[in-house]
Design a protein around this ligand. Structure first.
Ligand SMILES: *Cc1c(COP(=O)(O)O)cnc(C)c1O
Length: 408
């Protein structure tokens, strides 16, 4: 039987660094120091009565790894403690976290108000998949609380927000939007993938639910997929847990174990990601061949004041627009910068120790129409950088190589 060790640390009494290393730890009779990996699909019972009680949820304990596993439980407790939430349900990916939230809380005929600046697959899922099941979604400019209010309908049940957004790092006022959600009787879910609880704790600002793609910073080393939903015990245990138990979008114990190891260094990684990103953003802003730079910690950022109130750092994402005489010239220059790098990886992932660089207009946002790109600010010169943990001087030199040789 596992015994709680640091699973009962009161999150209010410990710092985030301590919680990231210790919260949620369970130890077996062997008293292992590091978290154990429980690779088992089911758990045994002493007798029939115990089996009956466990199956009926009348007694705490592990039953079957589709819904209860000690390694996964450690990940859930640690993330709940970091986010300051009562409970957490782990799932297989960030997308399955959003799917599970919708499946657990909405039904046909309900309406979602969502930021228009969210992860592309989330839009595909809301409109493409849930649209078929009678759930309608309206998309709004996330930085305007009045736009959220105007989109509310009598059947609105969920608000969905990502802040900062990707790739333009637009920052939305969680508290203001949560006030609109409360007026509407809707739940506010915030996808906290870019900040993680180290830089931003949405529940403290009035959000009801936090969504994570643990694939990104929580693991932080680009190794596994994972996801999670954090919120009140009533919502998580009453609605999300039964859905995951029956439908099975479960996080594997192995992936939970890998992510737990990542979370031990989350606080120091996020601080370094933010510091390096700001150094690069500041340098890029002074470069003659750069038209514009987006990073929440830059004083020139349109929502800098909200960002500094709501977040304790700007995060890893820096986007910038390379100059050019025409959209075609801008694209050629952006590709030149990307193709001249030797340290950065050309890939769509983010939240990794390795810096990644992408051209949104022709990759992550390539399926948008020209008009939609123009509205969303996805120009041909735009480059997204997800700053990793390499020496910042090496990253600057890597970008300068292409930037200095642009044809303007
Ligand atoms: C990557 C990502 C997701 C999806 O996560 P997966 O783990 O890839 O399923 C959702 N939201 C945001 C903001 C992301 O960056």
């Amino acid at each position: 039987m596992t015994t709680p060790q640091n699973s009962d640390l009161n999150p209010d009494q410990f710092g985030l660094d301590t919680l990231g290393v210790r919260a949620g730890t369970l130890r077996s009779e062997f008293m292992e120091h590091s978290e154990a990996l429980y690779l088992t699909s089911s758990f045994c019972f002493d007798n029939s009565a115990e089996a009956a009680h466990r199956f009926a949820n009348a007694e705490e304990g592990f039953v079957y790894s589709r819904f209860t596993n000690p390694t996964v439980a450690m990940f859930q407790s640690r993330l709940a403690a970091l986010e300051g939430g009562e409970a957490c349900m782990a799932v297989a990916s960030g997308m399955s976290a959003i799917m599970s939230l919708v499946m657990a809380t909405l039904q046909a005929g309900d309406h979602i108000v969502s930021s228009q600046s969210i992860f592309g697959s989330t839009i595909q899922m809301f409109s493409g998949i849930f649209g078929r099941f009678g759930i309608e979604t309206t998309y709004v400019d996330p930085t305007k609380p009045e736009a959220w209010r105007a989109a509310v309908k009598p059947n609105t049940k969920l608000f969905f927000l990502e802040t900062p957004s990707n790739p333009l790092t637009e920052v939305s006022d969680i508290r203001a939007i949560s006030a609109v959600a409360k007026e509407a009787g809707a739940l506010l879910a915030v996808d906290n993938c870019f900040c993680t609880p180290i830089l931003q704790r949405p529940l403290e600002h009035g959000a009801d639910i936090v969504i994570h793609s643990a694939t990104k910073h929580l693991d932080g080393q680009g190794r596994v997929l994972g996801g999670a939903i954090v919120g009140s015990r009533e919502l998580i245990m009453g609605k999300v847990f039964p859905f995951v138990r029956q439908a099975g979008p479960t996080l594997s114990a192995f992936n939970a174990w890998v992510i737990l190891k990542g979370m031990e260094t989350l606080a120091i990684r996020m601080e370094r990601h933010s510091a390096s990103a700001l150094t690069l953003a500041t340098w890029l802003e002074s470069h003659p061949n750069v038209e514009r730079v987006y990073h929440p910690a830059l004083p020139s950022h349109p929502q800098h004041a909200i960002a500094m109130r709501q977040q304790s750092g700007g995060g890893a994402i820096v986007s910038f627009v390379v100059r050019g005489a025409s959209p075609e010239a801008q694209r050629a220059n952006a590709w030149r910068v990307i193709d001249s790098t030797k340290v950065c990886s050309i890939t769509g992932n983010l939240g990794d120790t390795r810096t990644t660089i992408t051209h949104p207009s022709t990759t992550t946002h390539g399926r948008m129409t020209a008009e939609a790109k123009a509205v969303a600010g996805i120009s041909e010169g735009l480059i997204r950088l997800a700053v990793g943990l390499e020496s910042v001087a090496d990253l600057q030199a890597d970008l300068a190589r292409g930037l200095d040789s642009c044809e303007i």
